[in-house]
Design a binder for this molecule. Structure first.
Ligand SMILES: [Zn+2]
Length: 166
């Protein structure tokens, strides 16, 4: 029997739901960028105070990550103890584990938009010639125009995750 037409769509939606949605306050910008590289959807706007970010997090169903002590006792907030980003990643993964290896490299670390794969020709003028020559696969962020390619971004990110035992 052929699978129902909805099957692939439902599977894709389920997959998207597996990756947690976070909001991080402005003291956690570096953590936010790393979680995005790992595939998580992370709202992090430096113009927002921690309290404003929390309000948005609640509105959008995001888990709030903060180092603001005033929010420490809020029941729906993960207060991050460490100021070191590697330990911060561990704290987040201990509480909200997800498969970072599977989802890595799907989101722009700078603006949180989803990346999409583009043909090499599209990025020929946007990356240094040695990068263009050395790589087959490129992904682009529509919002900021940042180009991602395997070796420098993905592998570095995965090495970093391996170094902290994830
Ligand atoms: Zn971007």
């Amino acid at each position: 029997m052929k699978p129902h037409a909805c099957y692939t769509i439902c599977a894709a939606m389920e997959e998207a739901l597996e990756v947690p949605k976070f909001a991080a306050d402005r003291t956690l910008v570096r953590l936010a960028k790393w979680l995005r590289l790992m595939g998580a959807d992370v709202l992090c706007e430096e113009r927002l105070s921690a309290a404003e970010a929390l309000a948005l997090a609640r509105e959008q169903g995001r888990r709030m990550l903060t180092r603001d002590k005033r929010l420490r006792t809020a029941p729906d907030v993960l207060y991050i103890q460490s100021h070191l980003f590697r330990d911060q990643i561990r704290e987040v993964m201990a509480r909200f584990p997800f498969d970072a290896r599977r989802h890595a490299f799907t989101r722009c670390s700078a603006c949180n938009d989803l990346l999409h794969e583009v043909p090499r020709e599209v990025v020929v003028r946007r990356v240094p010639p040695f990068v263009y020559a050395a790589h087959e696969k490129f992904a682009l962020c529509d919002r900021c125009g940042r180009v991602y390619w395997g070796a420098t971004h993905l592998e570095r990110a995965l090495r970093e995750l391996a170094s902290i035992g994830l």
